[in-house]
Design a protein around this ligand. Structure first.
Ligand SMILES: [Mn+2]
Length: 354
């Protein structure tokens, strides 16, 4: 089996703590990379598409999805199963309803919970869901699973955990927000067989190292988290026969550019930094013009002149549902096989109805 692996997409990231423009750009970037992944999974002859949790920016942060978005993504996964065994595991912290966290009181929506938890059924893959009850519970969960783990060949562990000692951060003050994949676990896993790999989700950056002969890879988010983020992005392909893991680079991201003159306004960027020298009334009029054209195109901007800094957040999100555009491009793409195009076209038609 060849398994295609993609990390934390966090679809809808930006519904809190970001400007409307950032939100639009991010939705559109995630949509494109999602389609890109589907195509790459085929060209790399993969049998299944797995993501390592936090598919949506779900209940933990903000369950602020429109019902058409939610239905669309759920449908996408359901239908893409005709072509790929699309698996949504492990479960990430954003895929879990708040009501299951021990420290939360009250009830919270279970936006995503019906979709997660489809596990790859093979003795060679061990999946560790994010555990909402803290590190002790996560450790217990690992030791329980380890007892039953009997790989016959090359093995793979996929977990929605941060790596102890390699990339430690406390993203908020709630201890149960993090699970740590411990280094001693790697030593224990090594006893199950010499040809093993650990793939982690949860940390949005990309990194890897080898310990006790076991390759440990943090897959990272498949696209930039904000405009201007230049970090390397990737998908992974794991081959169960050879135990090899291959990194497939992803070029898509959120592009930012700085303008020092208002002569050439780029079309293919997500954010423009306007660092222009305004001397005359005419300059000011031109800047106003440029800003309104950026608005119209849904391109975010940072105005360093401060002349129009209050003039933001005017884009209507309901008209900038990025995945529709991505699908339209996908359907027109000559390299996409017809049977996949057909499904995409049907999905797009249905999406427009709702
Ligand atoms: Mn996470």
């Amino acid at each position: 089996m060849r398994l295609f692996i993609s990390g934390d997409p966090h679809v809808n990231l930006g519904t809190w703590n970001h400007t409307t423009h950032e939100m639009c750009a991010r939705r559109s970037a995630v949509s494109s990379v999602f389609i890109e992944g589907l195509k790459k999974a085929r060209t790399h002859k993969c049998d299944a598409y797995m993501h390592t949790g936090d598919f949506l920016e779900g209940p933990l942060a903000n369950p602020n999805l429109t019902s058409s978005e939610y239905n669309f993504y759920r449908d996408f996964v359901k239908r893409s199963r005709k072509f790929f065994n699309f698996v949504t595991c492990p479960v990430g912290n954003h895929d879990i309803p708040k009501s299951r966290y021990s420290h939360y009181k009250g009830s919270y929506p279970t936006v995503w919970s019906n979709m997660v938890g489809d596990l790859v059924q093979t003795p060679d893959i061990l999946v560790l869901d994010f555990c909402p009850n803290g590190q002790e519970a996560a450790t217990e969960q690992f030791q329980e699973k380890l007892k039953k783990f009997q790989p016959k060949g090359p093995w793979l562990v996929v977990a929605h955990h941060l790596m102890e000692g390699n990339f430690e951060f406390n993203s908020n003050s709630i201890p149960s927000h993090e699970n740590w994949f411990q280094k001693k676990w790697i030593t224990q896993l090594r006893e199950k067989g010499p040809n093993g790999t650990v793939v982690l989700g949860h940390d949005h950056n990309l990194w890897e190292f080898v310990q006790d002969g076991v390759q440990v890879i943090n897959v990272g988010s498949p696209t930039a988290m904000v405009a201007g983020d230049q970090k390397k992005r990737q998908f992974l392909v794991w081959d169960s026969k050879t135990g090899t893991i291959e990194s497939i680079p992803v070029k898509l991201g959120l592009k930012e550019t700085t303008l020092t003159s208002l002569d050439n306004i780029p079309e293919d960027v997500h954010r423009v930094v306007l660092d222009v020298d305004i001397r005359t009334q005419e300059d000011e009029e031109r800047l106003k013009e440029v800003i309104s054209s950026l608005h119209a195109k849904g391109i975010e901007y940072i105005d360093k002149t401060n002349l129009f800094k209050d003039d933001v957040n005017t884009v209507d999100l309901s008209s900038t549902f990025g995945i529709q555009d991505a699908f339209e491009k996908f359907i027109k793409d000559n390299q996409v096989p017809n049977n996949i195009k057909e499904v995409a076209a049907n999905m797009l038609a249905e999406m427009k109805v709702c």
